[in-house]
Design a protein around this ligand. Structure first.
Ligand code: KG4
Ligand code: ZN
Length: 343
């Protein structure tokens, strides 16, 4: 897409939640290194991400993670064409650690800085996974904080068709997992438990938002699971955890797949992509793939390591900003509530 004469190599940093990550990416598609230091072990003790602890861990780890990413890539900091960093949305403290590190490196070296939108990063993971993928396409972004059905009209140009009206899909997975005793992080645990369960054992409601074809609602599904658990306890009936996990997962997957299918039909889409941590879910990947095949659309989905938070996706999104000459000043700040399409 670009008429740039040389390869563009970008160092990217991601610290919006509980992963400290750095990556070196060439031309938005070729990953030379992808270092991820996860804090899951610590936050598991508290049943979810504790922002203050996350900030402290990012502070401890960010320099080492950046150093490792350059070493693994076999590149020097001075060889970078840009330094990219997630500046929102996310937790303000964790975001500030990455933003400060990136600004410090940019200031010290004179290498340009690029602030990246976290969700644009998730979408861009598809450009890495499928180097021939180009817009336009539609993308379902499902993570711990977001559920967006997006039309990607061009690089960096988005139209949001639908979003969640309450919980994000990943948040619903995490809350239900906690209630059925699987712990944090809930998504991967429900995914695993579901393999032993019957997805049709219990019929949980498929959340609908009246008057809006593409918006999502997951809080009713979550409440239905809680009601089921309470009723079972009161009646002294033992709960089959794999069945509850599989039935809840099926309800979420059905809603996501049906909204995606409607969009493919209404907009005559030929390409559909998945992104975000919940895109690592086995049942969702299978359901989307089958639905896309039925409707004659090509299906794209990054490998799980590029679905959950990582910096390679940030380096990819940053490349397309670089090409457009969209750089950030040293006044770049963390924007916890940054919206898609806002800069
Ligand atoms: O994209 P991500 O790493 O962080 C955010 O930007 O939020 O997504 C994390 C979310 C968590 O809610 C986690 O439970 C969920 O993704 N997740 C999964 C799976 N792996 C991670 N949900 C369902 N199935 C999975 N295999
Ligand atoms: Zn994320």
């Amino acid at each position: 897409m670009s008429d740039l004469k040389k390869d563009i190599t970008i160092l990217a940093i991601e610290s919006s939640c509980d992963e400290t990550a750095a990556s070196v990416v060439v031309n938005g598609r070729q990953v030379l290194s992808n270092v991820i230091s996860s804090q899951i072990d610590i936050h598991t003790l508290y049943g979810g991400v504790v922002p203050e602890i996350a900030s402290r861990k990012h502070t401890e780890r960010v320099t080492q993670v950046i150093r490792e990413s350059l070493e693994e890539a076999g590149r020097k900091l001075e060889e970078m064409d840009a330094i990219a960093v997630t500046y929102g949305p996310g937790l303000v403290g964790p975001l500030l650690i990455g933003v400060s590190a990136a600004k410090g490196l940019s200031f010290a070296t004179g290498i340009p800085l690029i602030g990246v939108h976290h969700i644009e990063g998730h979408i861009s993971a598809n450009y890495i996974a499928e180097p021939t993928l180009e817009p336009p396409f539609a993308c379902l972004v499902v993570s711990g904080g977001h559920t967006h059905l997006v039309l990607v009209r061009d690089y960096g140009e988005y139209e949001i068709l639908g979003r969640t009206q309450d919980d994000a899909a990943g948040e619903a997975f995490d809350k239900v997992a906690r209630e059925i005793g699987l712990g944090y992080p809930g998504g991967p645990k429900i995914d695993k438990a579901s393999r032993e369960g019957d997805p049709h054992a219990i019929v949980f409601p498929r959340g609908k938002v009246s008057g809006s074809r593409y918006d999502f609602s997951f809080s009713g599904m979550k409440s239905a699971v809680l009601n089921y658990l309470n009723t079972s306890r009161m009646k002294g009936i033992s709960v089959n955890v794999p069945d509850v996990a599989a039935s809840f997962q099926q309800a979420v997957v059905d809603v996501l797949v049906s909204h995606a299918g409607d969009a493919i039909e209404q907009y005559g889409l030929k390409k559909f992509a998945l992104a975000g941590g919940v895109a690592a879910n086995t049942a969702l990947r299978t359901g989307m793939k089958e639905m896309c095949a039925e409707k004659g659309a090509d299906f794209f989905c990054p490998p799980p390591v590029l679905c959950t938070d990582n910096a390679a996706m940030i380096g990819s999104a940053a490349y397309f900003e670089y090409v457009k000459g969209n750089f950030s000043g040293l006044d770049l700040n963390a924007v916890p509530g940054l919206r898609l399409g806002q800069r």
